[in-house]
Design a protein around this ligand. Structure first.
Ligand SMILES: [Zn+2]
Length: 408
């Protein structure tokens, strides 16, 4: 079987379904295109003969491949949505042989990828690469993973001599707008020992450290009064919020931190003369620091209440996802297997701590260790997103190798 052909055909088919998620609606899925793609995947899974294929009301697809060998039950997850970064929701992929220099994506609209801005292109001299037409992202994030997982299943169901454990797959909506799909997964339909997402970029990338993340809302009710008679009476809720924000270290914000530093992030404020709502998020790789940040949020709130005894102040807070590495280390089986796979395939690992979360962060918070490896693509969330076929194939090779290692 020509792996590149299988991957290519599947990728182009999935990319042609517009599945941009919409952050402005509370519905999951946030867009109907995601449901269309979910149904397409479900019928392909049934055709391949998988068991327990279902699509639930949130367009989450589940399916199981029964084991033909002993090993831990493995899960693979990818997301259905592509990100909305004010580009076209319709993706028109094109495969070009890279001959060096800038790449003209769209003659009519005069859109190119400049080599000076994307020197990583140089690595793929003479190779075939999938690009968008410049008006959209490519959506290799995360349809490269989807094609990878579906191709793996096609290979295992066609060549029954390949040994594999029980494998569960899930395709989830709305990852890009807060990991919503993976948080809604019904884990009774996804009973795995551990799982993988394939949601990093370039060849060799491995992520098992993500942020611990939480978000909160502070509601402040002030006291309104006509300004002519407001001395000692009026309590301006917006200024109360301002006092609160001022209690936090301005050096610990997203714009002032990098690497393993955590931060406070005030994300929105909405006020009128009587009511103010302040939204914020906290992020930290280190679980202890994260818990400390939560304490500081509360302590400062108490100080604020003392400063403004006539204001009514309340706080709501929830944890949103957690660091995959909180409960495991690089030596633990799910992660060690990735390194073993890369080693056997002679792919150099590039490990980094992600300043964000993956579906695996949501699943890890729910008890399923779910590290993440590369799709092979570059420039996620950009019109310049591209997927070299050679790296795409290597990403599939990692998936197949993980399965091989699990039954060894
Ligand atoms: Zn993604």
């Amino acid at each position: 079987m020509d792996k590149i052909e299988i991957l290519k055909t599947r990728f182009l088919r999935y990319a042609s379904v517009p599945t941009q998620s919409d952050p402005t609606t509370p519905n999951v899925p946030s867009t109907e295109g995601q449901r269309d793609l979910a149904n397409m995947l479900a019928s392909e899974l049934k055709e391949m003969g998988l068991c327990d294929v279902s699509v639930d009301e949130h367009a989450i697809v589940y399916a199981t491949l029964k084991a033909n060998a002993q090993g831990p039950v493995l899960g693979f997850v990818s997301h259905l949505d592509t990100v909305n970064v004010s580009l076209s929701p319709v993706v028109k992929p094109q495969i070009l042989k890279y001959e060096g220099g800038d790449v003209l994506l769209n003659k009519e609209k005069n859109i190119s990828i400049k080599l000076s801005e994307h020197p990583e292109l140089e690595r793929y001299q003479g190779e075939e690469i999938i690009f968008s037409d410049g008006t959209s992202v490519l959506g290799a994030d995360n349809k490269a993973a989807m094609a990878n997982i579906m191709s793996m299943l096609e290979i295992l169901t066609t060549d029954k001599s390949i040994k594999h454990p029980e494998i569960h797959v899930a395709f989830v909506p709305d990852e890009e707008i807060g990991l919503k799909g993976s948080k809604l997964m019904d884990l009774s339909k996804f009973k795995v020992d551990f799982a993988y997402t394939i949601d990093s970029c370039a060849l060799g990338e491995v992520v098992y450290q993500t942020f611990n993340a939480g978000q909160g809302t502070i509601k402040i009710k002030g006291v309104s009064a006509h300004p002519m008679s407001s001395k000692g009476v009026l309590v301006n809720p917006m200024l109360v919020a301002h006092d609160y924000i001022s209690m936090f270290n301005r050096d610990e914000t997203p714009e002032c931190t990098a690497g393993l530093d955590g931060y406070w992030w005030f994300t929105s404020i909405k006020s009128d003369p009587l009511y103010c709502t302040l939204n914020f998020a906290i992020r930290d790789h280190d679980k202890k620091h994260y818990e400390m940040r939560k304490e500081v949020i509360k302590e400062n709130l108490e100080k604020l209440k003392q400063m403004h005894p006539r204001a009514e102040i309340s706080l709501e807070f929830s944890d949103t996802y957690e660091n995959i590495a909180n409960n495991v280390s690089a030596d633990d089986k799910p992660i060690a297997m990735i390194f073993e796979a890369l080693d056997e395939l002679k792919i150099k690992p590039i490990v980094y701590a992600m300043r964000g979360g993956t579906d695996g962060s949501a699943l890890s918070a729910r008890g399923i260790v779910t590290p993440n490896y590369f799709t092979g693509a570059h420039n996620f969330h950009s019109y310049a997103e591209f997927l070299p076929l050679s790296s795409f194939e290597k990403s599939l090779n990692v998936t197949l190798k993980l399965i091989e290692l699990s039954v060894r």
